[in-house]
Design a protein around this ligand. Structure first.
Ligand code: FAD
Length: 508
């Protein structure tokens, strides 16, 4: 426990990163950039024999902040990783079979007084006087039309300023790209399989790890990026795991690439299946696909058959299985070990949050960096923030399952009727009765626009805020028509996504 720790342990000069997946190389890239000139010795141990999890291709817009902080050029990264642009996620068959909505990044319309656009939409859509909800959000309409261009950051009054974007990229190529940058900045890569972890007698901190060939690697601080094995935090220090399968019953995935087809869609697609859901992530050179499912409700063979029956083109490999337990380590930082990435916990990739969690963990570590030694107060703050972040995102993901009209299979019947955390239940009730939604903390990842799109898309909001009735119909309808017209015009003038990629950042 952090409380049992001496006030300050030894100063940190040697940082040893264990693992070279997305988490390990993101850590190496960021720390080598931010701590350049500080005299730190940063090394990374990885094992080609073990390899990486090899999935994780969709991101959210905050990745661009990471790129900037880590000193990565956007176009170079896109070329190196066969990346495409992502405006949001289309959810197909989630509310009911035959339905589709987009959770787009970016803004929805423009507030009128204190009232948000979705409130007007709810009122007039019910009367047949509004277009589909996508027509009021530039990200969504551009995604439907396969359009993309960069928002102009220098012109905040431009209608394009409301656009926001992330990337789809090849995770293995991303790690390779980060490795090249990190090694160029002095990070030492050590190839080898760790077979043992030795802790110090006096304080229980990790002293060194032992490799299969007998070499040892020490460190003042260990960043455990060893994936689901959680070699240091979970195995060596014995930090326990909180299991969230009762709220998120999906616990397996199968991933398979297939050839690209036109058009090159600027969004991820998530299609609900009988016992889970299937992702579709378009890259420049292929499409990444996967089936995330609950093993209590479907066999592995049936899950594979479902995946293979729903590809755009012939598979390019056999489906690769992954098993996981949704949840989190009880402490992400213990003694001189900070677990980042899958070693600290996992939430299914429904909202593409894992790479983001790596990024925020790294920024938290930088903000609380134990340069003078590990201090209990820093550890406690780090763990408090990490716990908040995981439960916050967990609740958003649970909402996708809980708010549905589906109960056509045992899986959907279970998630529709399952008990949910109180914090989420209160939010859903507020939205159900008046489509009102409020953030409880600035630290929440998903903004009001995200919740609104998902809750409306899943079919929760049927009643608008009665305060909307204060605005005369003629004014309210003119306001909605203005938004429609601007978004229609701007999205129609944006270039085709594939053409934009080919012109500006093609890997070819
Ligand atoms: P890994 O990639 O598993 O890396 C672990 C590293 O530790 C490897 O280098 C390995 O060799 C090394 N290692 C392990 N044991 C030893 C040892 N004994 N000795 C030496 N080295 C060792 N995230 C997103 O943001 N978007 C997505 O779309 C997305 N999709 C996903 C889909 C699925 C099905 C899953 C399971 C995850 C997905 N994720 C996604 C999460 C994402 O894949 C991970 O967060 C990300 O890849 C980070 O993984 P990692 O680096 O923690 O672990």
């Amino acid at each position: 426990m952090a409380g049992a720790m001496s006030e300050t342990s030894r100063a940190v000069r040697k940082v040893t990163i264990v693992g070279g997946g997305t988490a390990g190389w993101m850590a190496a890239a960021l720390l080598s950039r931010l701590f350049a000139g500080g005299g730190f010795d940063i090394r990374l141990i990885e094992s080609d024999e073990i390899g990486t999890i090899g999935v994780g291709e969709a991101t959210i817009p905050a990745i661009r902040t990471f790129m900037e902080l880590a000193g990565l050029d956007q176009v170079e990264m896109i070329r190196a990783t066969q990346a495409t642009f992502k405006l949001g996620i289309e959810f197909v068959d989630w509310r009911a079979k035959g339905t589709s909505y987009i959770h787009g990044f970016g803004t929805i319309g423009q507030d009128l007084l204190w009232l948000h656009t979705h409130q007007f939409w709810l009122k007039y859509a019910a009367r047949g006087q509004a277009k589909p909800f996508d027509a009021y959000a530039l990200n969504c309409l551009a995604a439907r039309r396969n359009r993309f261009c960069m928002p102009d950051a220098r012109n905040p009054d431009s209608p394009l300023a409301g656009l926001d974007y992330a990337y789809h990229f090849d995770a293995s190529l991303f790690a390779r790209h980060l490795r090249a940058q990190s090694e160029a900045r002095g990070v030492t890569r050590i190839e080898g399989r760790i077979v043992d972890t030795i802790c110090r007698g006096e304080d229980g901190h990790v002293d060194h790890v032992v490799l299969a060939d007998g070499r040892t690697v020490d460190g003042d601080l260990f960043v455990d990026c060893s994936g689901m094995r959680s070699l240091l935090l979970g195995q060596a220090l014995g930090v326990g795991y909180e299991d969230w399968r009762h709220w998120l019953p999906c616990d397996r995935a199968l991933a398979v690439p297939c050839a690209s087809i036109a058009p090159l869609t600027p969004y991820t697609r998530s299609t609900a299946r009988d016992a889970g859901w299937q992702w579709r992530i378009p890259l420049q050179h292929r499409i990444g696909n996967g089936h995330v499912y609950a093993s209590d409700y479907i066999s592995d063979d049936d899950a594979a058959a479902t995946l293979l029956a729903n590809l755009d083109a012939a598979p390019l490999a056999d489906p690769r299985p992954v098993r996981f337990v949704p949840g989190r380590r009880l402490r992400a930082w213990d003694k001189n070990v900070v677990a980042i990435g899958l070693s600290s916990g996992f939430l299914e990739p429904l909202e593409s949050t894992s790479i983001h969690l790596i990024q925020t963990a790294l920024l938290r570590l930088v903000a609380l960096f134990p340069g003078e030694g590990v201090k209990p107060a820093d550890v406690a703050e780090y763990n408090r923030q990490t716990a908040f972040e995981m439960t916050d995102i967990r609740d958003f993901i649970i909402a996708h399952y809980k708010v549905t009209e589906r109960e056509d299979t045992p899986f959907w019947a279970y998630v529709k009727h399952m008990a949910i955390p109180d914090s989420l239940a209160e939010r859903l009730e507020l939205f159900r009765t008046s489509a009102r939604f409020f953030l409880h903390s600035r630290a929440e990842l998903f903004r009001e626009e995200s919740w609104v799109q998902v809750l409306i898309g899943q079919g929760l909001a049927m009643r608008h805020d009665p305060m909307v009735d204060l605005i005369p119909d003629a004014d309210a309808l003119a306001y909605l028509r203005d938004i429609e017209a601007v978004i229609d015009d701007v999205s129609a003038r944006m270039p085709d996504h594939a053409a934009f990629v080919a012109r500006n950042c093609s890997a070819a």
